[in-house]
Ligand binder design. Sequence first.
Ligand SMILES: Cc1cc2nc3c(=O)[nH]c(=O)nc-3n(C[C@H](O)[C@H](O)[C@H](O)COP(=O)(O)OP(=O)(O)OC[C@H]3O[C@@H](n4cnc5c(N)ncnc54)[C@H](O)[C@@H]3O)c2cc1C
Length: 489
Amino acid sequence: MPSQSVLVIGGGLAGLASAVVLAEAGLEVRLLEKRPHLGGRATSYTLPDGSEVDNCQHVTLGCCTNLADFYRRVGAEGKVRFYDRLCFVDRHGRRSTMRASALPPPLHMAPSFLTFRALTLADKRSIARAMLTIARAGGAPADIEGISMLDWLHRMKQTPGAIERLWRVVLVSALNEELARMDARYGIEVFWKGFLANRTGYRLGIPSVPLGELYEGCRDGVIRRGGQVRLRSGVRGITVRENCFASALLEDGTEVAADACIAAVPHDALLGILPEEMAGSGGPLEGLRHLRTSPITGVHLWFDRTVMTDPFFALLDHTTQWVFNKSLLYAPREGGGAAVKPGTGASQAEGRDGQYLQLVISASYDLVPRSRQEIIDLCRRELAEILPATREAKLVKSTVIKEVNATFSPEPGVDRWRPNQETGVHNLFLAGDWTRTGWPATMEGAVRSGYLAAEAALAVMQPAAPRRKFLQPDLPFEGLSSWWAQRRE
Ligand SMILES: Cc1cc2nc3c(=O)[nH]c(=O)nc-3n(C[C@H](O)[C@H](O)[C@H](O)COP(=O)(O)OP(=O)(O)OC[C@H]3O[C@@H](n4cnc5c(N)ncnc54)[C@H](O)[C@@H]3O)c2cc1C
């Protein structure tokens, strides 16, 4: 029997995830990506001087089980290192560390919170109350439907210090939105899955190579099984006939047909390539027009000397939220491990003794209208307070990457605008972090959407075969959290 073919449009994580599992399932996969590289919004570029930079530092958490599964499938697992100490630095340079203790969840982080130097006793008491409310409800406290995280924190009588120095710091980075514009359900889930439900959910995974190198195994995984990965192949339109996907028209005028299609492009791009009866007013995907986006700014600084010894830390009370020491993160570990290829980001521009730092500012609305120079000056002033060595250091090179539409905004009630992976058109499916996954706009959400779309496509294409499952379970609940989670079910 000739193998069935599937067309995947978009080579971001959602498209790659569905392409890889469908190729493994024996389908002939053709992946079309508009840009000259894979990875979409989680990618790296080569600068004119030859050094490679990520569009922005990307991190994962221990609770992102589907992303971990994807990295395993494509052989990138060893290129992501996990860190179990999270360091926070306040305006006085005081450091606080979060790490799991031997206590059973949800108490395993309690000693870190108790010794968190940037929080007062009153802050800690209010945080303990709110955490207990989340844990005892198994991650789903009552009456949070449609309210913002800030409303819920006020309801939980959180002190201003607790809001600014804990909730805001963790959640604005995790969800790329301000607390007042963030659905409480998403904010609460971050703490439940990351910090309360089990011991390892909070561990921070950071690539030890430029992002583009994580996808090297994807192309191979598809091509080795008889498929194709075509770059610089933008799709201009999708044709649907008699409620079936018929073909995709490429920008170069060629037409590609397949037994099924997964459209894994950003939601605004999708509206531009779908037939009017699906995307237009009154169509089933009209709701996508209500999804708003929020910006992230990445600031890349190359110094002529060593200015930082930690691998990364979060900044409290500053515009800059996270500082990543790319030179150290890319450095080979003792006894082997991943290292950047010669000529990539860390090794080149800064010279032998220099250092490459990447700063991240999520929900960076205030920075969007500011000039690159203003942003660099602001970041340097803030770094000078925390890392005195930067005051004397020479800035060898710098770049600012503003991703104005970085992710969809997880506004209260946003899920009503997020469509399922099935479209109602028999063999046309959707994938993308913006589809309905229960997750916010993250790499994990993108991979989940890709796996769900692939499951749905196989169910339609091979109705007689047993249902395939690619979606991975969450980390198991542990300790008291497991008991509270069971009571919820
Ligand atoms: C600056 C920034 C920082 C982030 N930080 C993190 C982080 O630390 N951790 C985390 O988990 N997530 C982070 N995210 C979010 C994460 O990058 C996204 O959620 C995820 O990469 C989205 O993947 P996707 O496949 O859904 O979409 P995309 O990555 O947008 O992929 C869509 C692909 O479709 C292609 N395409 C578009 N139109 C066409 C067309 N007509 N024809 C063919 N191809 C087309 C695009 O070129 C793109 O490659 C960040 C995002 C940004 C922008």
